[in-house]
Write a protein that binds this ligand. Structure first.
Ligand SMILES: *[C@@H]1O[C@H](CO)[C@@H](O)[C@H](O)[C@H]1NC(C)=O
Ligand SMILES: *[C@@H]1O[C@H](CO)[C@@H](O)[C@H](O)[C@H]1NC(C)=O
Ligand SMILES: *[C@@H]1O[C@H](CO)[C@@H](O)[C@H](O)[C@H]1NC(C)=O
Length: 311
């Protein structure tokens, strides 16, 4: 049927467009964003995994221009992660019940310690770091030569993952140290620091301990919770969201048009039928919604043909 194939083409067009837009690079990245850096560190971390033993951390070798950062990788079976957790992996303690999305048979935990680079890659205006920024990210461990892998989505379902910081600088008197958490999409959250200098999380990301920095002569600057790279990512996310919403609106509009075309076609058929059946009956044209339709007066047999016509 011709109408049907035209409709099909109309429906698939916006979908194709929105997929193309969301998968293409929308903005060129001038500076190295934290997610670019995560990808670079993933490559170096995976290079350290040569015939790796399960559950053993391997330290990665980084280039000179990143010296001061330490990275390591540990491969695990995801079943054992879920059932047993990891007693200790550097500063992290992973409880039982941690699951990944999508499911992989083996996964690799990549650990970051940004050391003296913490302020460089995770700038947090209005705050100063009392500990280095630490990261814990999970990747599929299926192919250890893979690069530019996306991080898996990790959730702790039973107890939170704990981060026990060592060598924490003491907070200046009168100020309160807090946990800070950067998720992988660039947003920042603060949380209470426990007595043992521990922070907890249900997800992966980057973690540290901060204190609000006092500027003695001028009022303290308002904390800017979104860092530069994160803002850039957020902007990209919004553009993608806009494209998807736009695509959906287009689909909705086209389906409304299609429904109307079908309705008009159906009305015309009914009209024709009625004209044939009641060729001498005078039909009054009336409006139903915004559609003009013939209305028969008085009691008459209603046409049942074609009423449940579906394209
Ligand atoms: C570090 O140096 C390598 C070359 O050795 C270069 O490819 C890379 O872009 C540099 N990374 C950063 C973060 O500057
Ligand atoms: C961090 O320290 C290393 C030496 O340990 C040095 O090479 C590097 O330049 C420092 N990085 C920053 C951002 O100061
Ligand atoms: C693993 O990844 C590398 C690099 O992307 C690719 O060349 C190779 O074919 C992959 N191996 C498997 C078994 O998928």
């Amino acid at each position: 049927m011709r109408v049907r194939s035209i409709l099909l083409a109309l429906f698939s067009l916006p979908l194709l467009l929105s997929i193309q837009f969301s998968s293409s690079q929308l903005l060129p990245d001038s500076a190295l964003s934290s997610s670019d850096l995560d990808a670079i560190l993933q490559n170096y971390a995976f290079k350290a995994l040569f015939n790796p033993k399960t559950g053993v951390p391997y330290d990665a070798k980084l280039p000179k221009n990143l010296s001061g950062i330490s990275v390591s990788a540990m491969r695990l079976k995801s079943g054992s992660l879920r059932k047993r957790g990891v007693q200790s992996y550097k500063e992290f303690k992973i409880p039982i019940g941690v699951v990944e999305q999508p499911y992989v048979e083996r996964l690799v935990w990549v650990y970051h310690n940004f050391g003296n680079w913490s302020e460089v890659f995770y700038p947090l205006p209005g705050y100063s770091y009392l500990a280095p920024v630490l990261g814990l990210l999970a990747y599929s461990g299926t192919n250890l030569s893979a690069s530019e892998l996306p991080a898996l989505d990790i959730r702790a379902s039973d107890k939170p993952i704990l981060i026990k910081f060592s060598n924490v600088k003491s907070a200046p008197s009168g100020s309160v140290a807090k946990c800070v958490y950067f998720d992988l999409h660039g947003s920042v959250q603060f949380d209470i620091l426990s007595h043992e200098n521990s922070c907890s999380t249900l997800q992966q990301g980057h973690f540290s301990i901060v204190v609000e920095s006092n500027a003695p002569s001028s009022p303290a600057p308002a904390p800017e919770p979104v860092k530069e790279n994160g803002g850039n990512n957020k902007y990209k996310v919004w553009i993608i969201v806009a494209y998807v919403v736009g695509g959906l609106l287009l689909v909705v509009m086209l389906s409304l048009i299609a429904a109307r075309v079908i309705r008009i076609k159906k009305d015309m058929e009914i009209q024709q039928l009625e004209w044939v059946a009641d060729s001498y009956e005078n039909l009054k044209i009336t409006s139903i919604g915004s559609t003009k339709a013939p209305l028969a007066m008085g009691t008459r047999t209603k046409p049942i043909l074609e009423n449940d016509y579906i394209p």
